[in-house]
Design a protein around this ligand. Structure first.
Ligand code: NDP
Length: 305
């Protein structure tokens, strides 16, 4: 893996048969997406040697440069891009093709070059759904989902939960602005009775006490070691079958997960979501089935080094 993130001024160009993939963000140096994709491409290329010409880079792209980056990268031979903070919502202004689920999510994390334009997809929702199923053995259908946070990741989580038949999606955010933006977006697409919003200043703890919830941390609180949990009621108030999922995977055990563990609840961190969304993105670009296991092993070995 290249250690220095590429900038837009200095990015690779590919000529046939080479194929470029990349993750765009700002900052981007922390991204482990190249580790996952390179491992899966290596496995693919053993069966189909043409994939040995596929490569995956990190590109540091400032938000003001995003539109120019998309043009420049399609000209340079890139056919697939992942988007991370802060591009997932802003990119919508530059796309004219979105798959239907992605428009509902209002956020894009995957672009595929179709002809000469970029088509937008969201694989975060799929990644979360798979992570909950495989890691915590729980299904979004008929469940009650509590999402902490109302940013880009919460959008995908809420829309995926509703698309998957959740009974109730409760979004709790520290500030009102993003909460209103998200609940308004969801109300346009889904039955309002299934969507509830609250803030630390206004919530009813009887909604949670003794009831089983899938509780998802989609805030960035916990990214820095030692930060407190975003939970707004003690976790032992939730029903005994509640499960706790933190989208954060580095650090691997946030205060949120420590609290869940201490309460005896099933819990998992966001590495599985990262892996399943990455596998789905590579499936979109390659039109091949991708093994999440290979990506998992690569991620685990990266963090143990
Ligand atoms: P955004 O910046 O879009 O949203 C951040 C959210 O966190 C907002 O709701 C914000 O509240 C809330 N927040 C930030 N700081 C605090 C705080 N101190 N206390 C309480 N709430 C806070 O980020 P994303 O939605 O893109 O990402 C959210 C998290 O999910 C990140 O940790 C990211 O790493 C993780 N993630 C993981 C993925 C995975 O595959 N595992 C995929 C995508 C994201 P407010 O609206 O008030 O500002």
């Amino acid at each position: 893996m290249r250690e220095i993130p590429f900038s837009l001024k200095e990015h690779p160009r590919f000529s046939s048969p080479e194929v470029g993939l990349a993750v765009l963000g700002h900052p981007i140096a922390h991204s482990i997406s190249p580790v996952l994709h390179k491992a899966a491409l290596e496995v693919l290329s053993r069966k189909e040697p043409s994939f040995s010409h596929w490569t995956y880079e990190r590109l540091d792209v400032h938000p003001k440069d995003l539109r120019r980056a998309l043009d420049q990268l399609s000209d340079a031979g890139f056919i697939g891009l992942n988007l991370t903070i802060p591009h997932k919502v802003e990119v919508l202004d530059f796309l004219d093709q979105l798959d239907p689920e992605t428009s509902v999510m209002g956020a894009v994390n995957t672009l595929a070059l179709r002809g000469n334009h970029w088509a937008g997809y969201n694989t975060d929702g799929y990644g979360l759904k798979m992570a909950l199923e495989k890691e915590l053995n729980c299904d979004l259908q008929d469940a009650k989902i509590l999402i902490l946070g109302a940013g880009g990741a919460a959008r995908a989580a809420a829309a995926q939960s509703l698309l998957s038949g959740a009974n109730l999606v409760h979004i709790h955010n520290r500030s009102t602005k993003n909460l209103i933006v998200l609940t308004t977006l969801l109300h346009q697409e889904f039955d309002s009775e299934r969507i509830v919003g609250s803030t630390p200043q206004a919530f009813n703890d009887t909604d949670f006490c003794g009831k089983d919830w899938i509780v998802i941390n989609a805030t960035s609180l916990g990214l820095k070691p030692g930060e407190p949990s975003p939970l707004f009621i003690p976790c032992n108030k939730f029903g005994k079958q509640s499960v706790f999922y933190d989208m954060i995977y580095n650090p691997p055990k946030t205060s949120f997960l420590c609290e869940a563990e201490a309460g005896g609840f099933q819990n998992a961190n966001g590495l599985s979501m990262l892996v399943y969304q990455a596998a789905r993105s590579l499936e979109i670009w390659s039109d091949r089935e991708i093994s999440a296991r290979t990506m998992f092993e690569a991620a685990k070995s990266h963090f143990s080094d």
